[in-house]
Ligand binder design. Structure first.
Ligand code: TPP
Length: 379
């Protein structure tokens, strides 16, 4: 694809009805996209009310990518999640109150008040803490995949990066090593048109997805505003990786509908472009599709939205009620003092939400891994 085409709206197949998704999955996909949208809207309000210091980063318009892709993973897999991928944290089981409390620097946040931002991970949920230097999470995911392969574990690492990250040399090292070693890693490229304020046509001369073949593996284009298309591509990539078929680069075309952070007025993006992408909002589109194609009633869809609203309100109250951290704990948990035995795949996934387990049960049994996962959950 040429550079002028790179900012065109459609990219890759969309409207794909994905095999393997059942009614509960579809409700879950919508619910998690809404959770991300509503949690971020609430966070932005808290920021404007002066309750969140620093800045605030959101992924409005990009919800289909983290939700659809993380839905394809099993609990034993690992994720390196970035600043616009809150939905993936939620799919893994992070709750909105822990997210909001984290931004407010409260003790109830994922980092217990040590970080007031999105640089968190919860190892018990399979999420690695974020490295801010871009795109170093790609190297971490590649390294984890190397460990899985060396230990003979059928596990997959997934990671995200923006298209701006693909200009950094570290990105090429991660891709090269993953290709040479045929590692079980899935790279998700979120092309939202801009690296901060730099548009695609000043970022690269050839679409980064097309570089995958130069590293010896597949690069696929997906409509990043179509959650089922993202899920379908991620499922194929995850299954290939788990079966020893090596990495995949999935390029998801989308648009960043807000500024880089809350401090950025986004004035460098033409209004017409935002309007066009607004008509392709991933949540609105999916809601329409659930009604038109999959028999979801107006009441059912309304109930999902109402439940999400109630969850976010309760989460906000809980986060606001969470005390500031005890200063005497500032140095606790900052450095690893013991090595936890995660190597045999027996990570303590006991906090993997039971709802999510029920929603995903059929996916795991479809993959024939039901027994192993249950056993590990109890470990
Ligand atoms: C090595 C490095 N340089 C600069 C930054 C500051 N920074 C954070 S996000 C960002 C924009 C990255 O653009 P892109 O990769 O396209 O992701 P997006 O934010 O658009 O989702 C920048 C410059 C950083 N985190 N790391």
């Amino acid at each position: 694809m040429g550079t002028s085409d790179a900012r065109a709206i459609a990219d890759g197949p969309s409207g794909v009805a994905t095999p393997g998704l059942e009614r509960a999955d579809r409700a879950g996909l919508l619910r998690h996209m809404l959770l991300m949208r509503k949690a971020e809207e609430r966070g932005l309000r808290l920021y404007k009310q002066g309750k969140i210091p620093g800045s605030f980063y959101d992924g409005r318009g990009q919800e289909a990518i983290p939700v659809g892709s993380s839905w394809a993973l099993a609990p034993e897999d690992r994720m390196c999640i970035l600043h616009r991928d809150l939905g993936a944290h939620f799919v893994r089981g992070v709750t909105p109150d822990r997210y909001l409390a984290n931004y407010m620097g409260r003790s109830g946040g994922v980092t217990g008040g040590k970080d007031g931002n999105l640089h968190f991970g919860d190892p018990e949920l399979g999420c690695v803490g974020m490295v801010s230097m871009l795109p170093d999470m790609a190297l971490v995911a590649m390294g984890m995949a190397l460990a899985f392969k060396q230990r003979g574990e059928a596990r997959v690492a997934m990671t995200y990066f923006g298209e701006g990250s693909t200009a950094n040399g570290q990105w090429h090292e991660a891709m090269n090593m993953a290709g040479v070693q045929e590692l079980p890693v899935v790279f998700i490229l979120e092309n939202n048109g801009f690296a901060y304020s730099t548009p695609n046509d000043l970022e690269f001369a050839a679409d980064p997805v097309d570089r995958a073949s130069g590293y010896g593996f597949d690069g696929v284009h997906v409509d990043g505003n179509d959650v089922e298309a993202v899920f379908g591509a991620a499922t194929e990539a995850v299954e290939r990786a788990r079966a020893g078929g090596g990495p995949t680069l999935i390029g998801c075309r989308t648009m960043r509908m807000n500024g880089h952070g809350a401090h950025d007025d986004h004035s460098y993006v033409p209004e017409s472009e935002l309007e066009a992408w607004g008509r392709r909002d991933p949540i609105e589109r999916y809601r329409d599709r659930l009604a038109a194609e999959f028999g979801f009633s107006h009441d059912e869809l309304g109930q999902i939205a109402a439940e999400v609203d109630a969850e976010i309100e309760a989460a906000t109250e809980k986060a606001l009620a969470s005390p500031m951290p005890d200063p005497s704990l500032a140095f606790e948990g900052v450095y690893a003092t013991e090595s936890r035995r995660l190597g045999d795949g027996r990570a303590p996934w006991t906090r993997w939400s039971r709802d999510r387990d029920a929603e995903r049960g059929h996916l795991r049994s479809r993959n024939g891994r039901s027994a192993g996962v249950t056993e590990r959950s109890a470990a």
